[in-house]
Design a protein around this ligand. Structure first.
Ligand SMILES: [Zn+2]
Length: 146
C-alpha cells in the first residue's frame, strides 16, 4: 500500500532545462513533498500554455521514479514518464523495459537504446540536457555544498 499524505507539503526540488544548442526547448520542473518524498513534475514549453498544462500528479517513491525520455527525431523532445522495474515504454515502434536500477534497455535484445535516451529525473533535475549532440550531453549542476 502506498503511504501518502492527506495534503502534501511540497517544496521546490529543481528543474531540468532541455536545450538544442542555444534553443531552450523545455523546462521540467519538480516539487518534492517534505513528509513522504513524493515528487510532482511539470513540463513547460514556449507556447501558449495554461498554468496547469503539463502538470503531472505526485508520484510516491514506492510507486516508481520519474524518468525522462529524450528523442532527437522526428523532432527533438523530452518528456517525463513514470518508470517502475519491469514497466515497458514504446517509442517509434520499439519497446523499452525499465530495469531494477531504473536503467532502460531495449525489450527485444536487451541492448542500450541508441535512437532515444533515458535519464533518471533525480539525477539531472538540477542540470541540463543538450540535444544538439547525440547521445545528448548531460550536465548536472550542484546548488548546495557537499
Ligand atoms: Zn506527501
Amino acid at each position: 500500500m502506498t503511504r501518502t499524505c492527506e495534503r502534501h507539503d511540497a517544496v521546490y526540488y529543481g528543474c531540468l532545462n532541455v536545450y538544442e544548442g542555444e534553443l531552450l526547448l523545455k523546462v521540467i520542473e519538480s516539487w518534492r513533498c517534505r513528509r513522504c518524498g513524493s515528487i510532482r513534475v511539470g513540463v513547460r514549453w514556449f507556447d501558449e500554455i495554461s498554468s496547469t498544462e503539463g502538470l503531472h500528479d505526485f508520484l510516491s517513491p514506492e510507486d516508481g521514479r520519474w524518468l525522462v525520455l529524450v528523442t532527437k527525431s522526428p523532432h527533438p523532445d523530452a518528456r517525463p514518464f513514470v518508470g517502475r522495474p519491469g514497466s515497458v515504454i514504446e517509442h517509434a515502434g520499439v519497446e523499452y523495459v525499465v530495469g531494477e536500477d531504473y536503467t532502460v534497455r531495449r525489450a527485444d535484445e536487451g541492448g542500450l537504446p541508441t535512437s532515444v535516451a533515458f535519464f533518471r529525473l533525480d539525477e539531472v533535475i538540477k542540470g541540463y540536457i543538450d540535444l544538439s549532440t547525440w547521445p545528448p550531453t548531460k550536465l548536472s549542476l550542484k546548488t548546495t555544498q557537499g
